[in-house]
Design a protein around this ligand. Sequence first.
Ligand SMILES: NC(=O)c1ccc[n+]([C@@H]2O[C@H](COP(=O)([O-])OP(=O)(O)OC[C@H]3O[C@@H](n4cnc5c(N)ncnc54)[C@H](O)[C@@H]3O)[C@@H](O)[C@H]2O)c1
Ligand SMILES: O=C(O)CC[C@@H](O)C(=O)O
Length: 389
Amino acid sequence: MSKYKYNCLNPIAKVGLKLFSEDYAKIEDMKEADAVLVRSASMLEMELPENIAAIARAGAGVNNIPLDKCAGDGVVVFNTPGANANGVKELVIAGLMLASRNIVGGINWVQTVKEEKDVAKLVEKGKAKFAGKEIEGKKLGVIGLGAIGVLVANAANRLGMEVYGCDPYISVEHAWNLSRDIISVKSKEDIYKECDYITLHVPLLEDTRKMINKETLSKCKDGVVILNFARDLLVNDEDMEEALKSGKVASYVTDFPNEKTAGMEGVIAIPHLGASTEESEDNCAVMAVKQIKDYLEHGIIKNSVNYPDCDAGTFAQGTRVTINHKNIPNMLTQFTGVFSAENINIANLINKSKGDYAYTVIDVEGSINSGIAEKLKTINGVLRVRTLS
Ligand SMILES: NC(=O)c1ccc[n+]([C@@H]2O[C@H](COP(=O)([O-])OP(=O)(O)OC[C@H]3O[C@@H](n4cnc5c(N)ncnc54)[C@H](O)[C@@H]3O)[C@@H](O)[C@H]2O)c1
Ligand SMILES: O=C(O)CC[C@@H](O)C(=O)O
């Protein structure tokens, strides 16, 4: 019988699933699963069975997962930072071109004349109405300089654009990767004021929700192009419609069409294809599966969005107890007290915290009785205890 069971809420690339050994079984019913792999399926309204210890989002955005609820239930949620960034970057560059040259209009028009006699002549005659602009020399504002934003900024800069970037929380790693040619601005106001094109690469959070709205659009240049390859709710659709009608916005390129924007005049709607490449899907699947395996087999946490990362090292012998708990005083004293009461020597102990939650790994030599885990579970603030042996 398999030691671990996992459930996939979306199709996950085979190259990732192949990394699961014979210790793992893929099951259709989430009720029995130890781990769940997901892409864009919404888990917000789902009842999560108690046995689920981990969820891996094969992708970046985690707004489809109830992160706080999961943390409170001791469920570690992972994502795969950067694994699909190149795929998205390439489509953003395509989006810049689609908005600047009337490629879609032109292609559609050719189809309307394809049965005519002298297509080549008609094309030459009719092409003028699809003339566009070049992006070279224009100003691009990148809001959010994470894995995708940095790649977009650098690529647009190489294409001859003058690039402004804004990210008050930029990580050291991403700052290192940002070309020195990018003009780093402290406030988004500078981007709104200066840029001909604005591209969004921030997560959907309370403070980014509907960040593009009547007020922010009014600060933009007339004829600005907005690109949204991040999440639809970053933009107020009603305000966008008004801005497109008035010409304030020349074009809105979105990878997240909805009932409102799919048929809206001036919108270039792409069916969420940013990460839909073989390479991105493979990268995400591999990273997600490795993280799930490391967690289930060794208690290692890497790239979690609701628990601290914790490299406890490979679990090889003896017993490892992992504890997901609230980040409150006195927890370690109580944990070690349970072991010392049984006269068990702790060989190694790691404790990490992130916000309201913490994670402790305790290694002991030899085996322990199940009563230890039961006692740990009764400590106020303990959310989940796993025993690896
Ligand atoms: N279209 C797609 O298929 C696709 C694929 C991947 C990611 N995404 C979306 O793109 C988003 C970004 O992805 P990523 O991989 O670059 O993530 P990331 O976490 O590497 O980067 C996000 C960046 O946004 C910054 N940020 C957060 N709040 C901000 C704010 N208020 N103002 C400015 N910057 C802010 C963060 O500091 C971080 O650097 C994801 O959250 C997801 O919603 C879409
Ligand atoms: O899984 C996908 O296809 C899209 C993923 C993307 O939206 C993300 O946030 O990583």
